[in-house]
Structure formats: C-alpha cells, structure tokens
Design a protein around this ligand. Structure first.
Ligand code: M6R
Length: 616
C-alpha cells in the first residue's frame, strides 16, 4: 500500500506543472491508500513541502492555497501502517534540518531498533512512522553524496521499500531504490520528463517508455537522465519499453461509482477473458504459449493455489473445480498464512498464484517461498508488468481492464472464468472426454449472457437491498462451490458497508453458529448448487425455524425455496454447478453495492483499505 510518485520536468514544463503533475499522478495512485498525502520538492534551491490528512483533493486544495511551485518533486499517498492519521505521520519525512526528504512504500521492519540507535545520538523524531527512520539514517550518512548515503542506509535497513529521496544540496537529483516493493520509472520520449511511481497507473494518458527497478537496484534521476546501479553499486545497462494503456478504462463512464461500472462491465470482461482461449472443436482450452512446459501440467500430482482476499476465494472455488473435473488434489491457501506452515512443496506440485494487482506482498512472499523450494509458479494476474507477472514462471492475464474500485468485482469473475479454462485444460490433458469438454465450453460461453440477465434485475436487487440495509448482521450461506462464493459475497458487504457479514458453509451452521440466528440477523442463502440443493433447503428450514429472515439467490422457478424464504432473487438455471458462482456473485455484488449506497458509505474507497496491499 501507499503510493510514491516523483517528477523531474523536461523541456517546456514550468514549476507549477511539476506540482500539478504530482497531484495528477497521486490521484491515479490514490487507490493504494488515502489516509494522507504530501509533496516535497526543491524550488530555487530551497526545500518546500506540503502535507494534508485525508485524500488527494485535500492536498490539492492545500498546494493551491499555498501557491506551491517546485522545480522537481517527490510525493506520496499513505495507507497508515505505523502511526495514526496525522499531519506529522504523513509523508514526506525529513531530516532534522529539513534539507532531505523521503517518500516510502513498504515497511521498515527494524525501525524500532534503528530509531533507538539514532535517538541515542540525539536525533529527534517527530512522527510515529517507520519511514522517518530512513530520513534520519540517510541524513546521518550524508556527506554531499545522496546516492552513497542511501546505499549505505539500505545495508542497515531490514524490510521492504520503494523509496524516493531528494536533498536540497543536490537540487537536480532524485534517488529511487526498491526492495520487495514495486517501483517504475517512466521517460517521456518527447519532453524527456522523468516520472517515478509505485505503478504504471500513474502514467495513464501519457506515452512513456518505462522500466521497473528491481530488488536492491538504485536509480539516480536527474534532468533528462536515469542512471541505474546494481546492489553492489555498479552502473548497469537498462532498457526502456513503451507502455500502452487504455485511458478510457479509468473513467466512470456515466456510472455513479467505479464499483457499479465494473459490475456492469462483467459481460464484456468475461468475454475478453475467455475470447480465443478455447477450442469448441476439441472441447479444450487454449491458453497460449505458457513458459511452463506441458509435462509440468501433465505430471502435477498436487496443485497449490495461493492468494489473498477475493483472489483466495477465486482460488478456493478453483480448487474444488480442479479436484472434481481434473481429478488433481488441490488446496487453496491464504498466502499470508501459508508461509508460516513450513509448507511441503514437491517437484510435482504446480503452484498457481492469483492476484488482481500482482502486487500483494503476502502473495509475493508466498510465491518466493515456493520458488525457493523449486516449484514452478503460474501467475493469474490482471495488471500487466506487475511484480507477480514478472516473478512467476509463466503468467496468464485476466484482460479485465483496470479495476479501480477497491472492492474487487470484475477481476473476481474473470479469475473464475480463467481458472475454469485452466481446469478444462488440465482435465482434458488427463482424462476428460471431448464431449464433456465441449459441454463445459457451452456453459462457459453462456456466462456473459447470464450475467446480463442478472444485471437486468438491478432495480429489483436495489429494492431488496434497501429493505435489508436496516440489518447490522448478515450470514451468507452456501454449500460446495457456493460456500466460497458466500465468503466472497460476505467480504463484499463488509468491506463497503462496514456491516458484520459472515460467509459460512450452510451445513456447518448447526455445529455452532446457528445459536446466532434471530430475527435481527439476515441470512442470504446462495442456492446455486444443484448437487447440494436438497441439503441446502434443509439448512434453510433450520434457520427459518429459529426465526431468521432469509433472502435466497436461487434457480428460477424453485417453488420450494420460494415458500421458505422471505425474498428471492431468481437466478438463471441453465448453468453447471462449477460456473454458477459467476452469475450468483454478480447478484451478490449488486446487493452489497446497493446496501452500501443506501447507508451512504464511501463505496469506491472504503475506510481503512487500499487496493494494493503491498505490506505483509
Ligand atoms: O490484488 P490482489 O488480488 O492480490 O488483492 C487481494 C486482496 O487484497 C483483495 O482481493 C481484497 O480482498 C479486495 N479488496 C476484495 O474486494
């Protein structure tokens, strides 16, 4: 989390353009955190800065009020890790003479120890952040050479970082360096302006040539020039690559929120995910040239899926699909927990790492762990050029387009679509009959149309959401594939409406949680699994008998469900159990969206969250 940005103008850009460019860049990075923001830079050889608690628009008002002009600058949008949401804790952080400034994404794990050492030398601290330690440490080592001071400080630092630093005495230089955090540099080939950012989103609308700063590398950026050094301090060659980005994808396109726009995009995004990736003739998937050799897929005895949050839910569903259709033992693990289990990974384990952003620190750490144990990692990712896409042995892209809302919607359904193709691929190279593969493709091809049918019910779902918005507690229940789908549905509701929502396996309620059922707890029953339908109905009856109000998402025309529940959202019926999660999840997304709207919540940027979680 946190986004860092930096800018050294090229020809034809003025000092007010610098501030404006940084504010625009930060706005594109705001999804990485929005607790506070700040900017520092050099103007006429003097350090100038401005910080503000809250979103970028409050920093924007502050810089306009102060009529801030800068010749070059570094900037930051914060997701608080160490210390509360105060101006003191906002980045940039400074040395004691306010000659050196730093912005940071990541976590300095030994900040406490370093702070103690520095404090023992009478160095004062003004914030609770880990980052201020970097400012003070680099300043301690500074003797006129910022690069050398940063290189020396990096040796003392444990943890992860993407850093950008400036010093008043070297007014034309930004030093940027990274360890286990993303950092990208962009050069405008026309004006020769140079941009520094946590990700390429900040470059939207510009045709830049870019390069990614790898672990322990350091870049010295001056007017028109980038010099790159390796971990040992040797100058390195590098290549810049042209970046092509679709600007249209980051507008709301008439929708009130990005989340709603992204929900409504799903028929199109699923089409983009599956288009050209299957063969009806052979009843199989065609996933392109994967860098992982076919024999690895053929000989895999075990599949391990890693991910966090929504991506883990997609992995959870895929694990059931892979076991059931491809007959490969599969486990989906929460990446942040997995690392500490002393995992057993053999050469016959295929690892699938799922991440929309490709920057989730927990997922990346787990990937590095299994790679160190010799496993091959297949990344499933939405963001091109992301760390996961670069570090995995092979990567398949969702092609869902930029997902701006912190609450993931279209990425989830594209993950499911892509994972179902991967399942088909693995099933067909093993034992699945062609006809069964063709049948699966028939269902998959229908999914975009089924989503349309759900979206057409948005007015009805909105009405129901208004009714249920008065509840403070929710259970989302499901069985088999619908269980992880209910986890995902509950996550959507809690993250954007701040309501207490729990996803639970319906059959497990009687083993404890049913004690919570009362007229004040809404139960949302996700009845999309044909195989477990009867059992699900029994579980709903058990809830009903205890006075719990139930709303079901159920296959069109199921009269029995209609008699048990207070309300039903009718769902398309002609879909196999494996793929039913997709339209059911779309209905649940709309339901959560409209509840959050009814409760006046901040939908696209919910409190305490960030889109890319780049700390462990
Ligand atoms: O970018 P990733 O898919 O790795 O992100 C993982 C989670 O942080 C993410 O899915 C999170 O749970 C979403 N906010 C859920 O809507």
């Amino acid at each position: 989390m946190c986004g860092i940005f930096g800018f050294i103008p090229g020809s034809n850009e003025t000092a007010s353009d610098v501030v404006d460019t940084c504010i625009k860049g930060l706005k594109q990075l705001e999804y990485r955190g929005y607790d506070s923001a700040g900017i520092a830079g050099i103007y006429k050889n003097e350090m100038q800065s401005c910080k503000s608690v809250g979103k970028i628009k409050s920093l924007q008002s502050a810089v306009e009020f102060e009529k801030l002009n800068l010749d070059m600058a570094i900037a930051h949008t914060r997701w608080a890790t160490h210390g509360g949401l105060t101006n003191e804790n906002a980045h940039p952080h400074f040395d004691e003479k306010t000659k050196l400034a730093v912005v940071h994404n990541g976590i300095i794990e030994n900040h406490f120890e370093l702070r103690k050492k520095l404090a023992a030398q009478d160095i004062k601290f003004y914030s609770e952040t880990d980052t201020e330690v970097v400012a003070k440490l680099v300043s301690l080592y500074y003797d006129g050479d910022l690069k050398a001071a940063v290189q020396r400080a990096a040796k003392d630092i444990k943890g992860s970082y993407a850093l950008a630093l400036i010093h008043q005495d070297q007014p034309n230089l930004i030093v940027a360096t990274a360890r286990d955090c993303p950092l990208v540099l962009g050069l405008d080939p026309q004006t020769k302006s140079i941009f520094i950012s946590s990700d390429t989103n900040a470059f939207l609308g510009r045709s830049l040539d870019v390069m990614f700063v790898k672990n322990e590398q350091l870049a010295c950026i001056t007017k028109h020039s980038i010099i790159l050094y390796d971990a040992q301090g040797n100058m390195m060659d590098y290549k810049l690559e042209a970046l092509g980005i679709d600007l249209h994808a980051i507008t709301k396109n008439g929708f009130e929120h990005f989340m709603l726009k992204e929900i409504f995009e799903q028929p199109m995004t699923i089409n983009r995910t599956i288009e050209g990736r299957f063969s009806e003739e052979f009843g199989t998937a065609q996933l392109g040239n994967l860098a992982i050799p076919t024999h690895v897929f053929q000989s895999a005895h075990h599949i391990l899926i890693l991910g966090c949050g929504t991506s883990w839910h997609a992995g959870h569903i895929a694990a059931s699909m892979l076991e059931s259709l491809a007959r490969i033992p599969t486990q989906a693990e929460i990446a942040s927990e997995f690392r500490y289990t002393n995992p057993i990974v053999s050469e016959n384990t295929l690892v699938i790492a799922i991440s929309q952003s490709g920057e989730t620190a927990d997922t990346l750490a787990a990937v590095r762990e299994v790679q160190a144990k010799g496993a091959k990692v297949l990344g499933i990712c939405n963001v091109k050029h992301s760390t996961l896409s670069r570090e995995s042995d092979s990567c398949i892209y969702l092609k869902a387009g930029p997902e701006i809302s912190v609450c993931s919607t279209k990425a989830f359904t594209s993950q499911l679509a892509l994972l179902s193709l991967l399942t088909l691929h693995l099933a067909r190279i093993r034992h699945m009959e062609k006809a069964q593969g063709q049948e699966f493709i028939r269902y998959l091809k229908k999914v975009p149309q089924l989503i349309e049918e759900v979206l057409n019910q948005a007015p009805k779902i909105e009405k129901l959401a208004k009714k249920y918005a008065k509840f403070e507690h929710f259970f989302f229940l499901g069985r088999q594939y619908m269980f992880p789908a209910s986890l995902e549905a509950a996550l959507k509701l809690k993250e954007i409406s701040y309501l207490n929502a729990t996803g639970y396996p319906a059959g497990e309620m009687k083993h404890g949680p049913i004690a919570l059922i009362s007229p004040d707890v809404a139960v949302i029953a996700m009845c999309g699994n044909k195989k477990t339908q009867d059992k699900m109905i029994s579980n709903m009856m058990e809830v009903k008998s205890r006075g719990g109000p139930i709303m079901a998402l159920a296959p069109e025309g199921n009269e029995e469900i209609a008699t048990i529940t207070e309300d039903v959202i009718w769902m398309p019926e002609d879909i196999c159990d494996e793929l039913a999660c997709i339209p059911y999840s779309v209905a649940a997304q709309l339901f959560s969206y409209y509840i959050a709207k009814e409760r006046n919540c901040e939908i696209d940027q919910p409190r305490n969250l960030a889109k890319s979680v780049t700390v462990e």
